[in-house]
Write a protein that binds this ligand. Structure first.
Ligand code: UT7
Length: 325
């Protein structure tokens, strides 16, 4: 048994912050950000009605509506978030409560930065394959703006907020192959110390340490090296042809240049790598379900299509999946 995606949904905060908005308080420009990243604008949560928990609930409701299922039948919820507004309970428990899912449902979260959605997706597939779930909800939700350092022009301009969700239904067919890789040895490239330690708040440098710190160029090099490689390895491990057996390559939306470089290294036309980064920036674990939701809504995504999903981020971690949609 493997889970098939039968419903998709997303929530995007209402407030839009453009590159020109950043240029009002940072030494940057629309031209620089567009050229180096492909980002034109991003949505930023209001932090009152829009938090990782509330955005996860809204995205989940839409995915459940899209799937046309009764939320009471969901037996597993796994939410990926690195910017959760709660330490406990798990965001998945909040989603369970708000959707009226029964207490027969297992709920837990995963923390794995940008690849979080893929990690949650593969975890759920493990439950489905072992017969322990028949109808599951997988969510990625992030409020990156809570952790962005708005004095650091090399990092803060990249991130946006949002959530995306998918409903997976067990079917008697093989639909998911994957490779997951990590390198804690390179963790210094992209990090954020635990926030909310009031006793350390006045310590020199602590406020900065509780924001995202990124060695952009190093992370860029990592991404354009490892992402094409893991996709090639996936194709070789599971004996499929990248040119002929894949409809779309759904990559984590971190930087348009990373996606373009990956397409070039794989020798696959750029139009098979859909992008929405110009509108949302990097929404971390929400980026892949958000893109899938848009593609379903505009008719690009059709049942039976074969997709490569790939993500990368802090850890460092990077993953790639070959799925039948
Ligand atoms: O999902 C998490 C994974 N994260 C990523 O995928 C991020 C990967 N890295 C990147 O996307 C790129 O490295 C950045 C977009 C972050 C930076 O682009 P870059 O082409 O690698 O620029 P750089 O860091 O090499 O900096 C080049 C110059 C520097 O100035 P100097 O030292 O040459 O005078 C920076 O200070 O660009 C400067 N710079 C900026 N200038 C205007 C950095 N950020 C900005 C900015 N506006 N926002």
């Amino acid at each position: 048994m493997t889970g098939r995606i039968i419903g998709l949904g997303a929530y995007i905060p209402k407030k839009v912050v453009t590159n020109d908005d950043f240029a009002k308080f940072l030494d940057t420009s629309d031209e620089w950000i567009t050229e180096r990243t492909g980002i034109k604008e991003r949505h930023i949560a209001d932090h009152i009605t829009e938090k990782p928990s509330t955005m996860a609930v809204e995205a989940a409701k839409k995915a459940v509506g899209d799937a046309g299922i009764d939320p009471k039948d969901i037996d597993l919820i796994v939410t990926a978030s690195t910017t959760s507004d709660t330490v406990i309970p798990a965001l998945s428990c909040i989603v369970q409560r708000e959707l009226g899912v029964s207490e027969e449902c297992g709920c837990f979260d995963v923390v794995c930065a940008c690849p979080g959605f893929i990690v949650a997706y593969n975890t759920v597939q493990g439950f489905i394959e072992s017969g322990n779930s028949k109808l599951a909800l997988v969510i990625g939700t992030e409020c990156n703006s809570n952790f962005a350092n708005y004095n650091d022009r090399g990092t803060c301009i990249l991130f946006g907020d949002g959530a995306g969700a998918a409903v997976l239904k067990a079917e008697d067919i093989k639909r998911n192959e994957f490779i997951m890789r990590s390198s804690g040895y390179r963790s210094g490239c992209l990090k954020c110390e635990a926030a909310r330690q009031p006793d350390r708040w006045e310590e020199e440098g602590f406020k900065e340490a509780t924001s995202f710190y990124m060695m952009g160029r190093e992370v860029f090099k990592f991404a354009v090296t490892e992402v094409p490689q893991i996709i090639k390895d996936l194709a070789s491990k599971y004996s499929f042809d990248l040119e002929n057996d894949v409809d779309y390559f759904i990559l984590h939306q971190a930087n348009a240049r990373i996606i373009e470089a990956t397409a070039k290294k794989l020798g696959i036309p750029r139009d098979r790598f859909p992008m929405n980064i110009s509108k949302y920036g990097n929404v971390s674990s929400a980026s892949i379900p958000l893109l899938l939701t848009e593609m379903k809504q505009d008719g690009r995504l059709k049942p039976g299509m074969k997709l490569v999903l790939a993500s990368f981020g802090a850890g460092l971690t990077w993953d790639a999946n070959y799925i039948v949609y």
